[in-house]
Design a protein around this ligand. Structure first.
Ligand SMILES: Cc1ncc(COP(=O)(O)O)c(C=O)c1O
Length: 458
């Protein structure tokens, strides 16, 4: 008999089939990505790295054939080496990078490795305020990094843009080692050029190099498809990302670097920005991780291959078109959107001001009809992280299912109907008890639409 775990996996398949995923950090991978993840590569230990030669002047056929001396600690690596080389070569091509480390187990690991590669304990790091849309790994006091480095937060303006004047002021007041642009809830396009200019001024003042890092976990797929600017094209030294959001790969992290690629086995002569590719490699392994997950790296390689195809550009464009359509219908339906709308795939709604309900209540209510999103703090939220007044949603997953403008309208209309029910019910218990019939009608409509747009790999 099969393990009971497989029954639960089947239940999760049904949940994904019957409902709509609106969490902006989630997506549905292809069958090929899923197949690579579930492959025999999970049986292999491969601490270290493959050979890095010829990866940016790449030819896929050559890489797939060539077996070169590697930087690994165990034998038996000919296949793993070629797969990891393909992943690196494709990542570099997608993001115009000189080098890529495809081994981080997650986005959090990728960020930690970069801090570890460049900073010393106590160094100042400028990063976005978590309450304004930054990520936990950008200096939340509960993280290990925040105990090692001194994170100085910058915020957003009233209009919802990054407060570049504040970034400049802080960079000139504090001896910063690293400036990080990155976020989990920010709807505009960053002005990377302005940040590069701020770095120049700060470097003159502090008389040392300052690393520019972009954590583009959310918009990496848009960058890969060239529907969003690439920070590496503007002079940023490092870009980190997760591989599972808009990029539509397996759950994992990726670090892209500009600079000279060296041997990860040798000591790095100088801690300079030019040497950042090797500093990062050493910081990932052996600095912060052990053996790489080669089955995940293979799945990353497959997803990067998919992202290099013209169809991915069409997909990424549609993500943004859908987000804009969804945002404008939500506004018509009485929702107040942070920043007045979106320029990427992310939407942040102030549900307290819009419908006088809390984010958590609304999240739970939408779950009952098969619409999944997450409660999220708004800038300066009085409810804090545990009882925020906002919800965050996005379009990468529903766009993968093939949805377009008409479906965005339907989703925004269901969201209004549920918000009105929440308003009347006031608590989730009353909502479930007294409004079950109304909820069931919406639940059926959501299910029917979901079945019209199947999940690709199910
Ligand atoms: C901007 C940003 N960085 C890093 C991460 C962390 O990624 P992971 O959950 O893979 O550790 C996230 C995840 O949501 C994120 O949004």
């Amino acid at each position: 008999m099969k393990d009971i775990v497989f029954d639960l996996i089947n239940e999760e398949k049904a949940r994904q089939t019957d409902g709509l995923e609106l969490i902006p950090s989630e997506n549905y991978v292809s069958k090929d990505v899923l197949e690579a993840m579930g492959s025999v590569l999970t049986n292999k230990y491969s601490e270290g790295y493959p050979n890095f030669e010829g990866l940016t002047s790449w030819s896929e056929a050559k890489i797939a054939k060539e077996i070169l001396p590697n930087y690994r600690y165990y034998g038996g690596q000919p296949n793993v080496d070629r797969i990891e080389r393909l992943a690196i070569a494709r990542a570099c091509k997608l993001f115009n990078a000189d080098h890529a480390n495809v081994q981080p187990h997650s986005g959090a690991n990728a960020n930690e490795a970069v801090y570890f590669a460049w900073c010393e304990p106590g160094d100042n790091i400028l990063a976005m305020n978590l309450g304004h849309g930054g990520h936990l790994t950008h200096g939340s006091p509960v993280t290990r990094s925040a105990k090692i480095y001194n994170f100085i937060p910058y915020g957003t303006t009233k209009e919802g843009d990054l407060d570049y004047d504040e970034i400049e002021k802080l960079a000139l007041e504090n001896d910063v080692k690293l400036i990080l642009i990155g976020y989990s809830a920010f709807m505009k396009i960053p002005d990377f050029e302005r940040v590069v200019k701020i770095r120049e001024k700060a470097e003159k003042k502090w008389k040392h190099e300052i690393l520019l890092m972009a954590d583009m976990a959310h918009v990496a797929g848009l960058i890969a498809a060239k529907v969003h600017p690439n920070p590496l094209d503007y002079g940023f030294n490092v870009m980190t990302t997760t591989t599972h959001k808009t990029l539509r790969g397996p759950r994992g992290g990726l670090i892209l670097t500009k600079g000279t690629v060296g041997s990860p086995l040798k000591k790095v002569k100088e801690k300079t920005l030019e040497n950042i590719p090797t500093l990062v490699d050493k910081a990932v392994f052996p600095g912060t991780q052990g053996g790489p997950l080669e089955h995940i790296i293979a799945a990353k390689a497959v997803s990067f291959g998919e992202a290099l195809k013209p169809a991915f550009k069409t997909y990424a464009k549609q993500i943004v078109t859908n987000a804009k359509a969804l945002a404008s219908r939500l506004i018509e339906n009485g929702f107040l959107l942070q920043g007045g709308g979106t320029d990427n795939h992310l939407i942040l709604i102030n549900v307290k001001t819009s419908y006088n309900i809390t984010g958590k209540f609304y999240e739970k209510a939408l779950d009952l009809v098969g619409l999944t999103l997450n409660a999220n703090a708004l800038p300066g939220d009085t409810g804090g992280a545990f009882n925020p007044n906002g919800v965050r949603l996005g379009t990468p997953a529903i766009t993968t299912r093939g949805m377009k403008k008409p479906e965005m309208g339907k989703i925004a209309d269901w969201m209004k109907q549920v918000a009105l029910l929440c308003q009347k019910a006031e608590t989730i218990e009353v909502l479930e008890k007294d409004y079950s019939e109304e909820l069931a009608v919406i639940r059926d409509e959501v299910k029917n639409l979901s079945h019209d747009f199947p999940v690709p790999s199910i």
